[in-house]
Design a binder for this molecule. Structure first.
Ligand code: ATP
Ligand code: MG
Length: 567
């Protein structure tokens, strides 16, 4: 590859700003704007300036190299897509308000791709006919569109953003497991090379369908995901995916259920106080409507219901809270006194903590009355056990029982074993070895390329500004000419020598900018090494500073070139 020319700041299309943008909430947003990497074009829509584009290209390059290394083939699909394949899989409707839908001049329906399972499936259907054509892994690095509800976190959550998405096509489950394992390894290498701190966490498959799935989460305050980490064993999971085994208990010694008068106790707190029991001894029953049908959700009285989990369980059906009108229409549902025993025509789902044999104090379905010794599996049936409580710090690790730690994180990658959902919907078969058609099984895998830039900024920045790891930095060295003509001459000379030796150089040759501003800017921009032509320029001596540690040393021009090219 040809050496990159020296990038002069006097000509750079990027202005640093002294103040944070008014709408910025997260650190990466503030710093990437202030340091001149990106500019906001509209809500959730971003322009990449030269420095930002360099970092983005470096992330892309690392992702591309590691995908190529597992034998994946790069393609480029359109972002503007026809409706029909998304109708076939149901996602034209199921994707909801996040999908950008549009019409062409003839009234035909189109969408801007949020992810490309359908189109990849059709491409393989068109190109592959025999078992000999598989397995295959295909990927692209492409702009995606999602009309996010809260595009407030800057580059972390764009409505237009850059993603690497790949798709594996295999003949059987073993093949799929292998393609998945290849991706898992490639992702580890990608995030290690990027210099990101990350954890691999069990995840729920969500709206994508399918079975096994893991997320790569980068711990950061600005993250919108919460993950549970076991301090004792290697368990780590998105809190959405923490799930417990059902452990039935013996209820032989529990007396028959009986009603108890409990006037004015419509809440768990009032009930527990009146009876002198802990809230955890009571069973709370939350009523919701799923596509219009009443469903009750049972959890211990001291726990909160995680509505996202309830929604995920019933997706794509629509979940809403019950209203006054529902209680009027169903006099058997007594607000504040609902119990699962004797409930008619109500689906009952419960957390695994409400295991068969556990006994509870719960509503008696009569005003001002509760019932005690109400036993799961004896006095009421649970239609489905679903992990629906909000996971809390200190909850037991599902694997070893140790109290879990909770941390915020940014999702930087996601790998899924999809199975045959898309192949079934779009009838993707190849001819098997025995001459009979075989339904193909798929995986889908994403890396948030633009999001990784912001995640890196979040994890590596300090109080002075950005602080890039070597492989993604927009330059290897930031040469600063303190100001005088002699200093600028020396700075340009050493810059040319470094560039000739293959070092990527950004040089601050701006005239009329004070040395103080230049130093502050160099720290804000965050190139790993800063080389200053200052006080001792007449002796041809420069100062080399490590951006992260602040360590400095004086070097002659030749020493500086030797030092920086040795890396
Ligand atoms: P999130 O839960 O953050 O919305 P997701 O589950 O919708 O993410 P996927 O559909 O798995 O994400 O997309 C693959 C990857 O693309 C994610 O792991 C993430 O890194 C990135 N990504 C998703 N949505 C955005 C967005 N709005 N802006 C930037 N990157 C995104
Ligand atoms: Mg999303």
């Amino acid at each position: 590859m040809a050496n990159a020319p020296v990038q002069r700041m006097s000509q750079l299309m990027a202005k640093t700003l002294r103040d944070d943008p008014a709408d910025a909430e997260v650190l990466s947003h503030k710093l990437l704007v202030r340091a001149g990497y990106v500019r906001r074009t509209a809500a959730g829509i971003w322009t990449w300036l030269p420095l930002g584009k360099k970092v983005l290209a470096n992330v892309e390059r690392i992702v591309r190299e590691e995908m190529d290394a597992i034998g994946a083939q790069e393609v480029l699909l359109p972002a503007l897509l026809p409706r029909e394949p998304y109708d076939a899989t149901g996602r034209w409707d199921e994707y909801g308000a996040e999908l950008f839908r549009l019409q062409d001049r003839k009234g035909g329906d189109y969408l801007l791709g949020p992810t490309h399972e359908e189109i990849f499936t059709l491409m393989v259907k068109d190109q592959a006919s025999s078992y000999k054509d598989l397995p295959v892994i295909l990927y692209q690095i492409q702009t995606k569109f999602r009309d996010e509800a809260r595009p407030r976190a800057g580059i972390l959550r764009g409505r237009e953003f850059l993603m690497k998405d790949s798709y594996s096509f295999d003949l059987d489950d073993d093949g799929l497991a292998q393609s998945y394992a290849l991706h898992r390894e490639a992702y580890r290498r990608i995030f290690e090379r990027l210099g990101l701190d990350y954890r691999i966490c069990a995840a729920t498959a969500g709206a994508m369908g399918g079975s096994k799935s893991e997320e790569f989460l980068a711990p950061a305050e600005a993250g919108e995901d919460t993950f549970a980490d076991c301090p004792n064993c290697d368990f780590a999971a998105n809190t959405e995916a923490v799930s417990y085994e059902l452990k039935p208990v013996d209820a032989a010694g529990v007396p028959a259920a009986e009603d108890i008068p409990t006037p004015d106790t419509p809440t768990i707190e009032t009930l527990a106080a009146q009876l002198g029991v802990p809230a955890s001894a009571t069973l709370k029953n939350l009523l919701v409507k799923v596509d219009g049908e009443i469903v009750a959700v049972g959890v211990p009285g001291d726990r909160e219901v995680d509505m996202d989990k309830v929604e995920a369980h019933f997706a794509p059906a629509h979940v809403e809270m019950v209203t006054e009108a529902d209680f009027i229409a169903r006099p058997d549902l007594v607000r504040g006194y609902v119990g699962p025993q004797g409930l008619d025509k109500v689906t009952y789902i419960a957390d695994p903590r409400v295991a068969p044999g556990t006994a509870w104090i719960t509503g008696a379905n009569k005003a001002d009355t509760h019932a005690k010794n109400v036993v799961a599996g004896r006095d009421f049936e649970v239609d489905a056990y679903v992990d629906v409580v909000v996971v809390e710090e200190g909850d037991p690790c599902p694997r070893c029982g140790t109290g879990l730690k909770l941390d915020r994180a940014i999702e930087i990658g996601h790998i899924f074993q999809l199975g045959r959902k898309y192949a079934d919907a779009l009838k993707l078969d190849v001819l098997g070895q025995n001459g009979k058609p075989v339904r193909v099984t798929m995986g889908s895998y994403g890396v948030g390329v633009s999001r990784a830039v912001a995640a890196l900024a979040e994890q590596t920045a300090d109080d002075k500004g950005l602080c890039w790891p070597e492989e993604v930095a927009p330059a290897d060295v930031h040469v600063v000419a303190a100001g005088k003509a002699l200093q600028t001459e020396l700075a340009l000379e050493v810059s040319e020598k470094l560039a000739a030796a293959g070092v990527r150089v950004l040089v601050d040759d701006r005239a009329g900018v004070s040395p103080g501003v230049k130093f502050t800017d160099s720290e804000l921009i965050g190139v790993p090494r800063i080389l200053v032509a200052g006080r001792r320029s007449a002796d041809r001596v420069l100062e080399l500073k490590d951006r992260r540690t602040g360590e400095r040393e004086e070097l002659t021009v030749d020493e500086a070139v030797a030092r920086l090219t040795a890396r």
